[in-house]
Design a protein around this ligand. Structure first.
Ligand code: GDP
Length: 351
């Protein structure tokens, strides 16, 4: 009897170990290679040589489903009728394009479809695609501008949690990889963790990090960082700013003050980049409006497009605020940053 119990015990233990082993290996597969996982700083490291630049199309898999799903359902319908337009409107609204932009796009699309006698849903969808590309791909300058002389300064603004620090880290790695000497300014002196995260990243890419005591004047951190860059011959200063202070008015005043410090020299402020979390949809647009009213925003860094973002927010930001999306974040790894390419983006949404 006791032998039977021992055998049963061994069997149960072996089954437990097998199940545990399978679980761990699946988890490791889901998380990808060890070096790609975020560490305590929230930023994953990668070996540049082993990772190619991410493709927007691959990373937008979840985002794509919002628009491509309903469009596919439309495509297999026989003809264009009143329902087609209702469904198109619903698809665009669900994709976060926003009421005003959706209305305008559909008015234009109707006129185009009529003019070209497009009678099949597939034709109308192709017209919509071309219209979105034309809308985004005009003569918008999406480059990150640099100064001719003196250190270039790019300031990053946005509410906490949108991915500001991560975006700075990713761009620092990219710029350092391209041969630039980067200084990071930890001007969010309200959150010790933000400065820690930036300091950690600075170590990794070999960028000097200038930080102050918790509660120190953010303006002095920016000034010190630009002076340090000038002294070391560094050509790029990336400024992380607070996403929250006591009140919204205080925050906007603080950012405006920082912008003036950054403009005073010896550096040249060429970009004020608003970081928006794409998964927050129309909320992100409301945030963008507040920041754009307070500081002269030159471009948007749209993060988390790899997540459950609906994608249409890109159109809403550009159409309603007139601010170009310049860079997009498509993951938590250090390499997960790509310049925004409208054609690739629209292709990815419709694929
Ligand atoms: P901050 O408060 O604006 O500085 O935000 P953080 O940079 O600390 O980022 C907040 C969270 O968003 C962290 O968990 C990041 O890993 C995550 N995150 C940032 N960018 C991206 C992105 O492009 N994709 C995904 N999936 N997560 C991101």
């Amino acid at each position: 009897m006791s032998n039977v119990l021992v055998l049963v015990g061994i069997f149960v233990l072996a089954a437990f170990l097998i199940v545990l082993g399978l679980g761990l290996s699946r988890r490791a597969q889901r998380q990808g290679p060890a070096e790609d996982r975020p560490d305590a700083t929230g930023i994953a490291s990668t070996t540049p040589a082993t990772r190619a630049r991410p493709r927007l199309r691959d990373r937008l898999a979840k985002t794509r489903a919002t628009l491509a799903g309903p469009l596919q359902a439309l495509r297999i319908r026989g003809r264009v009728d009143g329902e087609t337009w209702d469904d198109l409107e619903e698809a665009l609204l669900l994709a976060d394009v926003g009421v005003a932009t959706t209305g305008r796009l559909l008015d234009e699309l109707r006129a185009n479809a009529l003019q070209l006698a497009a009678s099949e849903p597939a034709q109308v969808i192709e017209l919509l695609k071309a219209q979105l590309v034309a809308e985004l791909d005009g003569d918008t300058d999406r480059s990150l501008t640099r100064a001719d002389a003196g250190p270039t300064v790019w300031m990053f603004v946005g509410v906490n949690g949108v991915g500001k620090t991560t975006a700075i880290a990713k761009l620092a790695q990219r710029e350092a990889g391209d041969g630039h000497t980067v200084v990071l300014a930890a001007a969010d002196t309200f959150r010790a963790a933000a400065a820690e995260q930036l300091a950690h990243w600075g170590d990794r890419v070999g960028a000097a990090v200038v930080r102050g005591q918790e509660g120190a004047d953010p303006g002095s951190v920016v000034f010190d960082a630009i002076s340090a860059a000038q002294a070391r011959g560094a050509d790029l200063v990336l400024v992380d700013t607070a996403g929250r202070v006591h009140t919204k008015v205080n925050l906007m005043n603080e950012l405006e003050k920082l912008r003036r410090v950054a403009e005073r020299g010896p550096g040249v402020l060429t970009e004020v980049l608003l970081v928006i979390d794409a998964t927050t949809g129309q909320n992100g647009l409301a945030q963008a409006r507040q920041f754009a009213d307070a500081v002269d925003v030159t471009g948007v860094v749209l993060t988390k497009l790899d997540g459950s973002a609906k994608g249409g927010i890109v159109l809403a930001i550009e159409a309603e605020l007139g601010i170009p999306v310049k860079v997009v974040g498509v993951g938590e790894s250090a390499d997960d940053v790509v310049p925004f390419d409208p054609v690739e983006f629209v292709d990815a949404l419709f694929a």
